[in-house]
Design a protein around this ligand. Structure first.
Ligand SMILES: Cc1cc2nc3c(=O)[nH]c(=O)nc-3n(C[C@H](O)[C@H](O)[C@H](O)COP(=O)(O)O)c2cc1C
Length: 192
């Protein structure tokens, strides 16, 4: 198969579409984040890459805590708004009509309308260049009741968004299941 070299590009598809929250000067603020993911299992940690100038980062540093909220498909407008306007010049909670709640940490503001919320305590900050990689320990997970199936978060009910970079950047919706994880590869496992 012929390959074209594209240079270095941040194309790690698919990317999540998250709303990262922090209290900045005692006021909740949220920003859209695509560069995030689970970083460790035990203890359970998540990482988000935030450009140094972000208003939200200021709050994360003030409190040592933050939230990761997973918006559903019907929150595209709020997600995108939080990704194009800075909390330095706008009250995004008011503009989006977010209902804010706090958990055990008391300083990580979460969004009631987002079906899934992760409450995080900052453990590490890596200054990598344009971005700071903030690594937080997940201290609690909150799920909207209606998104539960058999005691587990049901991604078909959460309906998270997928983000794609580049010209014509788009949000995609979560699609159909196409194969069982930890099962599909079994046919290739060599038998003794
Ligand atoms: C879909 C999407 C994903 C984004 N992902 C990131 C990201 O991973 N890291 C980052 O620093 N900025 C990211 N941004 C940009 C910030 O969300 C944007 O600059 C925001 O206005 C910052 O808000 P704040 O200044 O209130 O913190 C993204 C924007 C969009 C629309």
């Amino acid at each position: 198969m012929a390959k074209i070299q594209l240079g270095t590009r941040p194309v790690l598809y698919p990317m999540p579409a998250l709303l990262v929250g922090a209290d900045v000067d005692l006021k909740p603020n949220y920003m859209a984040v695509a560069w995030g993911g689970i970083a460790c299992g035990e203890p359970l940690m998540i990482s988000v890459a935030l450009r140094v100038v972000r208003h939200t980062l200021k709050g994360i540093r003030q409190n040592g805590s933050f939230s990761v909220n997973i918006p559903s498909k019907d929150q595209i407008r709020e997600l995108d708004y939080c990704g194009i306007v800075s909390g330095a010049t706008a009250d995004k909670v008011k503009d989006c009509g977010f209902r804010v709640f706090y958990g055990t940490l008391k300083t990580a503001p979460m969004i009631e309308q987002c079906p899934l919320n992760l409450e995080c305590q900052v453990e590490h900050q890596l200054e990598l260049g344009s971005h700071v990689l903030v690594i937080g320990r997940i201290v609690e997970t909150y799920l909207s009741e209606e998104c539960l199936t058999d005691g587990h978060p049901d991604v078909r009910k959460i309906r998270p968004l997928i983000f794609t970079h580049g010209p014509g950047s788009q949000y995609y919706e979560f699609g159909d299941a196409v194969g069982a994880a930890f099962q599909s590869g079994r046919v290739l496992v060599k038998k003794e």
